[in-house]
Design a protein around this ligand. Sequence first.
Ligand SMILES: [Zn+2]
Length: 175
Amino acid sequence: MSDPLRHAFAHCPRCRESMGIFDEGGVVRPTCSACGFVQYLNPSPAAATVIRRGRLVCLVQRKYAPKAGEWTLPAGFIEYDEAPAEAARRETFEETGLDVRIDGLVAVHQGVLPPDRPVILIVYAATELGGELLAGDDAAAVGFWPPDAPPGPIAFSSHRRVLAALAAADREAAR
Ligand SMILES: [Zn+2]
C-alpha cells in the first residue's frame, strides 16, 4: 500500500493555512494547526455485481484509464448518499444496460485503483430482470464469459479474486 501522505493536502481546504501531520497512535492524520480541520485518509468504497448466465459471468471492458482495454465485473464508486447495493445496481445498468436485482453479498475486498487510490470493493450477487446487453458510456464492450477464461486481462486484483472464487465454486459444483 502506498504512503498515505501522498494524498495529504499541503494547505487547509477551509482556511488555507499549512497542514500539519498528527500521528494518532500510528495512524497519520493531516490536521490544520489554525482551524483544526482534519483530513481523514480513508479508502473509497466501490460496488460490483456478479451476474451469471449458467456458468458464465458478466464482464465489462474498460474504455478509459486506468487499465483501459482490460476487464472487470460491472462496478463503480458509491456516490455520497447512495447505499452500496443501489450503487451496484446503478453502475451495472450504466455499464451493461442490464436491469438487475441485488440478491446478496458475495465478498468484500481491499484493493487499489492505480496508481495508488485505496478502494474497498463490495461485491453483490445479482439477477437479470431485463434491459438489453449493451456497452455503456464508460465501457468498450460487455458480455458473458467463464470466470476462468475471460476475454482479456482482469484489471484489478479484487476482481481477479472474485473470479477465482467463482471458478473454484463452479469446479466444486461440477464434481
Ligand atoms: Zn484550517
